[in-house]
Design a protein around this ligand. Structure first.
Ligand SMILES: CCC/C=C/C(=O)SCCNC(=O)CCNC(=O)[C@H](O)C(C)(C)COP(=O)([O-])OP(=O)([O-])OC[C@H]1O[C@@H](n2cnc3c(N)ncnc32)[C@H](O)[C@@H]1OP(=O)([O-])[O-]
Ligand SMILES: NC(=O)C1=CN([C@@H]2O[C@H](COP(=O)(O)OP(=O)(O)OC[C@H]3O[C@@H](n4cnc5c(N)ncnc54)[C@H](OP(=O)(O)O)[C@@H]3O)[C@@H](O)[C@H]2O)C=CC1
Length: 261
């Protein structure tokens, strides 16, 4: 397993967590996926360390919240590079440096993480545009790079540490999000991982060019129908080391205190 991100400290933590549970060879690589030369070097380093890359999860990404009219050209480009160009560069290098030379010899896959951007992504329009582009890139690559399987996974609102990176106004929105989702709760990281493991497995060997939505049916909510029944289904909570983001802990404490009053 090769873990890639900008901050080595985060990667060390994840490595220690994985090693506390199972025995697997793990290499760590500090790389900003927006830097083309660094991406090329990183994929080459991974191939030296492991000799192969059978499955790529293109998960790195993120954005800052802003209304469209306040986004500068540089800010828009930064987010597009983070969520579209960077993912393309990583996938292209994995394909060119390894997968292209192994076609037909084994099952290989690329899964691109996008987002719930259907019908637009208000407050994060730069990211919505980039994620829609990533879906289209996945569809093209599923054709050009076959038999490598290329798919997308579109998470909706997932209670992850990423939610704690947002400023206070966005946190206020996050604290109300569960009420807007038909399944009446946020998703868990384990619920995204389940789909990723499936897509990397032989059970998904005829799935390519697809997108799996993991969003509690959020895009299916309609103004003519009240959202949810106030009851949520049980979550698939299989990450025993997974934490609850601070913003969700705060939401739950505020709700408990309101109930107590
Ligand atoms: C809950 C909703 C669902 C989604 C959930 C998730 O995705 S959870 C996952 C959540 N996790 C994540 O999102 C984590 C990953 N996200 C990130 O690393 C950052 O959001 C990033 C993509 C902007 C890169 O950041 P970086 O530090 O490498 O960027 P940089 O220094 O290269 O800046 C280049 C330019 O971009 C602009 N600009 C940048 N920030 C802001 C801002 N706050 N305000 C305004 N503008 C901003 C600015 O123009 C800047 O240039 P300047 O004016 O300084 O010359
Ligand atoms: N949580 C949610 O509700 C949703 C999340 N998503 C997407 O799912 C993915 C995972 O999100 P989540 O775990 O919540 O967020 P986090 O912010 O916790 O994780 C993002 C990861 O991407 C890495 N990363 C970000 N930018 C770069 C870059 N330029 N180069 C290399 N690595 C980078 C970060 O590592 P480091 O900082 O060390 O570089 C970090 O490990 C992201 O693409 C996110 O946008 C999509 C929809 C909803």
């Amino acid at each position: 397993m090769a873990l890639v991100g900008r901050k080595m400290e985060k990667l060390e933590t994840v490595k220690a967590e994985i090693e506390s549970t199972c025995s697997v060879k793990i290499s760590l690589h500090s790389c900003d996926i927006r830097e083309e030369d660094r991406v090329k070097e990183t994929i080459a380093d991974i191939l030296v360390a492991h000799g192969k890359i059978d499955h790529l999860i293109n998960n790195a990404g993120g954005q800052f919240p802003s209304p469209l009219n306040m986004i500068s050209g540089k800010g828009f480009e930064t987010v597009v590079r983070n969520n579209l160009t960077g993912g393309f560069l990583v996938a292209r290098e994995v394909f060119n440096q390894h997968m292209m030379l192994q076609l037909g010899k084994k099952d290989m896959s690329i899964t691109n993480i996008i987002a719930d951007m259907w019908n637009g992504m208000p407050g994060m329009g730069h990211s919505g545009a980039a994620r829609a582009g990533m879906l289209n890139f996945s569809e093209t690559a599923a054709n050009e790079w076959a038999p490598v399987r290329v798919n997308a996974v579109a998470p909706g609102f997932i209670a992850s540490s990423g939610m704690d990176t947002y400023p206070e106004p966005m946190k206020q929105t996050i604290m109300q999000l569960d009420k807007t989702i038909p399944l009446q709760r946020l998703g868990l990281e384990a619920e995204v991982s389940g789909a990723l493991v499936f897509l990397c497995s032989p059970a998904a060997s005829f799935i390519s060019g697809s997108c799996i939505r993991i969003d509690g049916a959020a895009p299916n909510a309609r103004r003519i129908w009240p959202v949810g029944t106030g009851k949520a289904n049980p979550a698939f909570n299989s990450f025993h080391l997974g934490g609850v983001p601070e913003v969700i802990q705060r939401r739950d404490a505020e709700r408990a205190s309101k109930k107590g009053n």
